[in-house]
Write a protein that binds this ligand. Structure first.
Ligand code: C2E
Ligand code: CA
Ligand code: CA
Ligand code: CA
Length: 277
């Protein structure tokens, strides 16, 4: 039994070493991915109930030379743990703003780009100045940029977050609460925070087939509207979900039913095909 215990132990350490070696390799590769231009933004349209384009969400992809397209679930956690999310997140902001400027110059009217911010990025002391400078350099009105924050990002340090959000809002940048309803708390900070939009989490949209799901979305929409927020439902996949969201007076929708996140060129082709711009 003793020998068995030892070999099990050896087995686990070997496995752990392997796993952390793989992690370290991926982390080293991610560190170089920025310089090697392996990161790309995909764009997913956001539409109102009249079918008009109201914005796009920028979603990060890693074009890995061997692994192919790596989804954010595979590397954002690693980027957050290693702190790499700070330079990567700054690149995302730069790239999204630069792309908006390019569309403007070419007469392609994408109203706004939404960028996801992670907690570590949100706590960078110069974030507001950097965003302000990027918008200024691109000569873009601040309303062109929306920042998506999850409840946990905001609630990690609510007083700090409130101050930051007020400064961003004063710039004119729009703020959205992402994955709304999946975090803890929810209601108390909503009264105080300068939020423009609530993104209803995909899990609630999926539950729209049942009575309880409908009741929850109805409550979220009515709460949001009474506080003056726009509601956008994410992860809309079926016409039935869309019809239900319309009945519940949800303002905007995003999801595979309309389009998947697309690389730049397919996204621009999609805009043309749908006469969006
Ligand atoms: P998120 O911000 O909640 O983004 C929405 C996710 O839902 C995206 O996954 C999108 O592709 C997916 N999605 C959109 N419509 C549908 C649908 O109809 N059905 C289903 N099943 N999924 C749909 P993605 O692109 O894999 O991103 C996953 C998460 O990674 C994002 O969740 C966000 O938290 C994070 N992320 C992505 N890009 C960035 C970034 O630039 N910075 C940071 N900090 N996080 C990012
Ligand atoms: Ca998001
Ligand atoms: Ca979301
Ligand atoms: Ca999410």
């Amino acid at each position: 039994a003793k020998a068995e215990g030892r070999s099990t132990f050896r087995f686990f350490t070997a496995q752990m070493q392997q796993r952390s070696a793989a992690r370290l390799k991926l982390e080293a590769e991610l560190r170089r991915a920025l310089d090697k231009r392996e990161l790309q933004l995909y764009y997913q349209p956001q539409c109102n109930m009249q079918g008009q384009l109201v914005g796009v969400e920028a979603l990060l992809r890693w074009m890995h030379p061997e692994l192919g397209v790596v989804a954010p679930v595979e590397f954002i956690p690693l980027a957050e743990e290693s702190g790499l999310i700070v330079p990567i997140g700054m690149w995302v902001l730069q790239e999204a703003i630069e792309q908006m400027r390019d569309w403007r110059e070419r007469g392609i009217r994408v109203p706004a780009v939404a960028v996801n911010l992670s907690a570590l990025q949100f706590r960078q002391p110069l974030l507001v100045e950097q965003i302000s400078r990027l918008l200024h350099e691109a000569a873009l009105p601040a309303e062109c940029l929306e920042l998506e924050l999850t409840e946990s990002v905001v609630l990690e340090d609510p007083d700090d977050a409130l101050g930051l959000m007020e400064r961003l809002h004063n710039l004119g940048v729009r703020l959205a609460i992402d994955d709304f309803g999946t975090g803890y708390s929810s209601l108390n900070y909503l009264r105080r925070f300068p939020v423009d939009r609530l993104k209803i989490d995909r899990s609630f949209v999926q539950d729209l087939e049942q009575g309880r799901g409908i009741a929850i979305v109805r409550a979220i929409v009515s709460l949001a509207h009474s506080l003056g927020f726009v509601t956008i439902a994410e992860g809309v996949e079926t016409p039935a979900q869309l019809a239900q969201l319309r009945r519940l007076r949800c303002d905007e929708v995003q999801g595979f039913l309309f389009a998947r996140p697309m690389a730049l060129l397919p996204f621009e082709a999609w805009l043309q095909r749908h006469h969006m711009v």
